[in-house]
Design a protein around this ligand. Structure first.
Ligand SMILES: [Cu+2]
Length: 280
């Protein structure tokens, strides 16, 4: 009894000591519905964990867009109009620090990113069955990231690294079933994203690429969508927490190519992988 009490006290003291040395990472909840975001108006700069809760019926994600100095939300909307008429890379005055990628209804996507102070917009560019991206149905919400940057937060501990390049996904080690925290690095020249989708039974990566190239018609060749990291500029990294049941999955990047405007998944950023217990 006394021993246990003493142990608990020691652990509590150690935890208190550890917490006192660093500022805890800020945590922000973003709720997606069909078709709106609920989120705080202002969040602190620095390391922040973003939890996207999908309370809608459709697939949603939260792309974080940072607007260049002097640019307004109205400028951004005009830029989006332009992009919808002429698909291609986004305007040069916006940047992408990463955000929580697509999850199904009732699921949550969790990423930790470093945000510089500035004016941001949260958008969902996933299209509905009518082909209209959710951003055009109301899924755009301004967000102010206010300084100063808190310096003491520690990055989450990770157990694997996913490297994005032009045009590939490289895992440091194979993914196993269970809970993981991945460091996602963009080592390419262009911005990239990663989203993980379960393959529907009997479907392959070729079926997915064919579906995308065919204008996204007919049923998706996928099952559950399990999040990832939305648009991430070159040289940046984010941390992605995901729990994986065993199965067959796709890693995908839909980012429009700087040269031909096609989604990166047709250039090789569609990778099939099997998540299974390692046999010893
Ligand atoms: Cu890409």
């Amino acid at each position: 009894m006394n021993f246990r009490f003493g142990t608990a006290l020691t652990v509590a003291t150690l935890l208190a000591g550890a917490c006192a040395r660093r500022t805890p990472t800020a945590s922000v909840t973003i709720t997606a519905t069909d078709f709106a975001f609920a989120a705080p108006d202002t969040i602190p700069a620095g390391l922040v964990t973003l939890r996207l809760i999908n309370q809608g019926r459709e697939l949603h994600h939260a792309v974080l867009v940072r607007l260049g100095d002097g640019k307004t939300v109205a400028d951004f909307q005009a830029g989006m109009q332009q992009m919808m008429q002429h698909p291609g890379p986004p305007p040069p005055w916006i940047s992408f620090p990463g955000g929580p990628n697509a999850v199904d209804a009732a699921d949550t996507a969790i990423v930790t990113v470093t945000l510089d102070p500035g004016q941001y917009v949260l958008i969902c560019v996933i299209p509905s069955a009518d082909g209209v991206p959710h951003v055009a149905k109301g899924m755009a919400r301004p967000l102010v990231v206010a300084g100063p940057v808190s310096v003491a937060s520690a990055e989450p501990t990770t157990d694997n690294v996913l490297r994005l390049s032009d045009y590939d996904f490289q895992l440091q080690q194979p993914l196993t079933p269970g809970a993981h925290v991945l460091r996602v690095e963009n080592a390419g020249q262009q911005a990239h994203e990663v989203v993980l989708a379960e393959l529907a039974p009997g479907k392959s990566v070729q079926d997915f690429v064919a579906w995308e190239m065919g204008g996204e018609k007919g049923p998706l060749p996928t099952g559950r969508w399990l999040g990832g990291v939305t648009g991430l500029d070159r040289g940046r990294h984010a941390t992605w927490a995901v729990t994986l049941p065993p199965g067959r999955y796709l890693l995908l990047c839909f980012w429009p190519d700087a040269h031909d405007g096609k989604p990166h998944l047709v250039h090789g950023m569609a990778k099939e992988l099997t998540v299974q217990n390692r046999t010893s």
